[in-house]
Each structure stands twice: as C-alpha cells, then as structure tokens.
Design a protein around this ligand. Structure first.
Ligand SMILES: [Zn+2]
Length: 233
C-alpha cells in the first residue's frame, strides 16, 4: 500500500508541477486530483470500511505542521495520516507564516462510535480548522467566525493541498464559507468558473450530491470535515 501511495503521490506531484506554469487554470492537475467515477486515477482507490478501524495510525503532533486537539481521537487509516501530512507540508511551504493546522477528531484507536459525531468511525473522516484573519487558527479549539473573517487564500490553498494528494473523496463546509472561498478562486483567476464549479458545485446543480468535492452541511462554519478514499489493495 505504501509503495502504491508513494507512486500515486509522485504522479500527482509531477502532474501539478507541470501544470503550475500554465496558470490560470489548473488543467491536468485538476483532472488527476478530482475523484472520477470511471478512469484514472481513482479506479485504483475505493470507499473504505466506515464503521471500524484496523491497522490505524495515530497522528502525532508536529508543532511546525499541525496541532492535534485530541490525541485519543487522532487515529486514522495510513492514507489519512499521509493525506494530512502531505497537505500540512505543502501549507508550510506555501504559507510559512500561517499557523500550524489545527486537527480535530479523526477516530478512536479501533474506530466505532465517537461522541459528538455521526461518522468518524473508520479513520477516514477528519475535522480540520479554517484559517481566519491572516493565516490564524486557534491553537486549542475551533472558533466561530463569519465568512468575511476567513483568510480566503489560505483556506483555498489548504483545500488545494488536500486535493493534491488525490485521496480526498468529499469535504463538508457551511455554504456561506463555500461561497466566499469559491468566489475568491474565480475573482483572483486561481480557477476558471468551470473549474470552480467542479470543485464547489452549486447546490442548485442537478447532480450536486454526486459531483464535485466541497458540499454544504450544517454545523460546519468553523471547520472542514474531510473524508478520504482508501487504496484498494
Ligand atoms: Zn467531522
């Protein structure tokens, strides 16, 4: 599994580097990062067991990259640890002055019911803080804020860094925050409208539950809920 992931991540990294020069527009990188029902690379990945966790790995705090709010609930599948570590390393490189990422609950060591959550049972869901102001995250807990207080660039880069791993199935966030981040990506030329629509599908779009990555859910004004895919081997 490790060698597959390394191979897949290398491919994605190469794809991104090649497309980075062709801004605006993310081109081949977006095709590789977005899950697809058919075709590469997601055919090598699959949905994970979601009720329990075997072979879990504990995410250990790394002050230069991320803070872990609850170590007892910071157990995830290896793909989860890989996704978070890669994304945090990319953020540290892109935004060296921003706070380390605040990581909320993943799962208990063996998964199962985790108090306060409907999911978070299989090491495949994680709550991740948002950036506010100028790259700030509260150090010990999430915080409430309005969309106008978001650091839109940093939050977009965080989402992009996670998508860059090719392992993200779905991200949940309050629609008011989605709208603000989506509008920023279009306004700055980071994404074309079509690209933004593929990542942040409008709730009114016919197949919104089946397409795109970032979707609205209630009680997610102050953090992202991220679900990952698993390697199929
Ligand atoms: Zn969650």
């Amino acid at each position: 599994m490790r060698s597959f992931l390394t191979w897949a991540l290398c491919l994605l990294t190469v794809g991104y580097s090649a497309s980075a020069a062709a801004q605006p527009g993310m081109g081949p990188w977006l095709d590789q990062a977005l899950p697809q029902v058919e075709g590469e690379p997601i055919q090598s990945l699959k949905a994970c067991p979601d009720q329990s966790l075997t072979g879990g790995v504990q995410l250990v705090e790394r002050p230069e990259l991320f803070r872990v709010m609850s170590p007892d609930a910071a157990w995830g599948r290896p793909e989860m640890i890989e996704m978070l570590t890669k994304a945090a390393e990319e953020m540290a490189w892109l935004k060296p002055d921003a706070d380390p990422i605040v990581i909320g609950d993943i799962s208990h060591r063996w998964g199962g019911v985790l108090s306060g959550h409907k999911s978070h049972r299989g090491g495949i869901d994680v709550d991740v803080g948002l950036y506010w102001g100028n790259g700030e995250m509260l150090k010990t807990s999430f915080r409430q804020g309005s969309p106008s207080e978001l650091d839109l660039e940093a939050n977009w880069l965080l989402i992009r860094s996670m998508l860059d791993t090719g392992l993200v199935e779905r991200i949940l966030l309050d629609q008011s925050n989605i709208n603000a981040i989506k509008a920023w990506t279009i306004r700055t030329g980071e994404l074309s409208e079509e690209e933004a629509e593929r990542i942040f599908p409008a709730p009114s779009s016919r197949r919104w539950t089946m397409t795109g990555i970032v979707h609205h859910t209630v009680n997610h004004r102050e953090h992202l809920h991220v679900r990952i895919f698993c390697a199929s081997s």
